[in-house]
Design a protein around this ligand. Structure first.
Ligand SMILES: [Fe+2]
Length: 445
């Protein structure tokens, strides 16, 4: 039996399979290239390499897309029939948990693998992604911090753990340490899109678009090529331009980087696209036919209800495209999903569904209802996953609902909160001015 690049014993005796597997581990930690192809190359060398099947299944379930269900099932079946050591068997079980909707259990299992096998960076990263989807903020920070004990600074793998910890620090509001860890990781490997991303989040949360634009644009030559995650970092860059009020730059980034292929079947890309267009929609920017094109993609997944966070973003696209019937269709599917059991049912019931109703109310001009529903849900919205920056769309929608509905005090309250968090943000300043003007009008009336 051979060890992988971090020294974890694996169930293959084929050095050629291990070489491809190690290449896959490199691509996975960098969110780069085609790790499935590298795993398939490993499995072509040794079809009984259970660890490679488990890694494959784990990667597929993270796409939160039912389109991969068949390939996932194939990997799980083949993995169960292959050679597996104890650690690999746990990986496979975690992927099965995810495939069957037990997101919390699967994530906890991966985190336990990483605790017991602190050099299993794959388990750590898959757990990290799981924590992201579940909004487990302190775990995003603490599992990587635990694993750092097993790697020396500068050793292969160390900087990727730093990058994960950086994002965890950021989600926990420790921007100073997030910045230090993220920058150190990028210094070690400038291709590390996740670490680049952590620092971009720091700039987003601090409301510092100039620093954020400089950071992302300066490093793009390293993080962007061949990155399977680039669309998301470009999305962050677009948010920063939106903060500056440069909507032309935002639309250019949307067309050229976030959605360069309007037919691309990548759900995680659709989420960013919906989130960007909805923000522009709130700002009253004409986005042309982009919502229609995006809604056409969401069509096939609009009733999948495997992840409430996705469902809300499908609804944004349908509403933006004027397809109220499709938005209602997704809402109906969410109501059915909420009555089910399991992790997504809980997230749908507590967060996804009330927010979907709020966004539909917003589009229908029922601004009071939109504000009420968001105000009642916002405090636990992390339970349906995503980052603070992504979930900011909830507060933005509430603020715009208050502005449009003429609720001057509510608008001022949301705007004041925003400005306190982001005192340098031109966007926060613009919204605060709009809220003040509404108040002045209300007083004058
Ligand atoms: Fe992000």
């Amino acid at each position: 039996m051979l060890n992988d690049r971090y020294g974890n014993p694996a169930s293959t005796k084929s050095q050629a399979a291990m070489n491809h597997y190690n290449e896959a581990l490199d691509l996975i930690r960098l969110y780069r290239g085609d790790p499935i192809a590298a795993l398939d190359a490993a499995l072509a060398e040794d079809p009984d390499f259970g660890g490679a099947w488990a890694a494959r299944a784990g990667l597929l379930v993270q796409q939160t897309d039912k389109a991969y269900a068949e390939e996932t099932a194939k990997s799980l079946r083949a993995g169960a029939a292959a050679n597996l050591n104890d650690r690999e068997a746990k990986h496979l079980k975690a992927a099965q948990d995810w495939a069957e909707g037990r997101y919390g259990e699967g994530t906890a299992r991966l985190a336990r693998i990483a605790q017991e096998n602190p050099r299993d960076l794959l388990a750590l990263q898959y757990a990290h992604v799981g924590c992201f989807f579940l909004g487990l903020q302190s775990e995003l920070r603490d599992w990587p911090l635990q694993a750092m004990r097993a790697f020396r600074q500068g050793e292969d793998g160390y900087s990727y753990i730093q990058g994960m910890a950086a994002f965890g620090f950021e989600e926990c509001g420790d921007y100073a340490r997030a910045d230090i860890y993220g920058r150190q990781a990028v210094e070690t490997d400038p291709r590390d899109g996740w670490a680049v991303h952590a620092v971009a989040h720091v700039n987003e949360m601090r409301g510092d678009p100039d620093a954020g634009i400089l950071w992302l644009a300066d490093n793009a030559q390293y993080w962007a090529p061949e990155s399977g995650f680039a669309y998301h970092n470009w999305w962050h860059l677009a948010l920063l331009y939106l903060d500056l009020g440069d909507t032309r730059a935002v639309l250019k980034l949307y067309d050229e980087q976030v959605r360069p292929n309007p037919d691309a079947q990548v759900v995680l890309e659709w989420i960013d696209a919906s989130a960007l267009l909805w923000r522009l929609h709130l700002e009253g920017v004409d986005v042309g036919d982009r919502f229609e094109k995006l809604a056409a993609c969401w069509q096939r997944a609009g009733e999948d209800t495997i992840y409430a966070f996705n469902d809300l973003h499908a609804i944004m696209a349908f509403l933006g495209a004027g397809r109220a019937i499709d938005a209602e269709r997704t809402l109906k599917a969410m109501r059915a999903a909420a009555a089910d059991s399991g992790d997504n049912a809980y997230a749908t019931r507590k967060v996804g569904l009330p927010l979907a109703e709020a966004f539909i109310a917003f589009e229908a001009g029922r601004y009071g209802e939109a504000v009420e529903k968001i105000a009642a849900t916002r405090g636990i919205a992390q339970r349906f996953g995503g980052s603070h920056a992504q979930r900011d769309i909830i507060s933005l929608t509430a603020l715009h609902a208050a502005l449009r509905g003429g609720f001057a005090n509510t608008a001022e309250a949301f705007a004041a909160e925003r400005l306190a968090h982001k005192p340098q943000s031109p966007w926060a300043g613009r919204l605060a001015r709009q809220a003040r003007e509404l108040s002045a009008k209300a007083r004058a009336a």
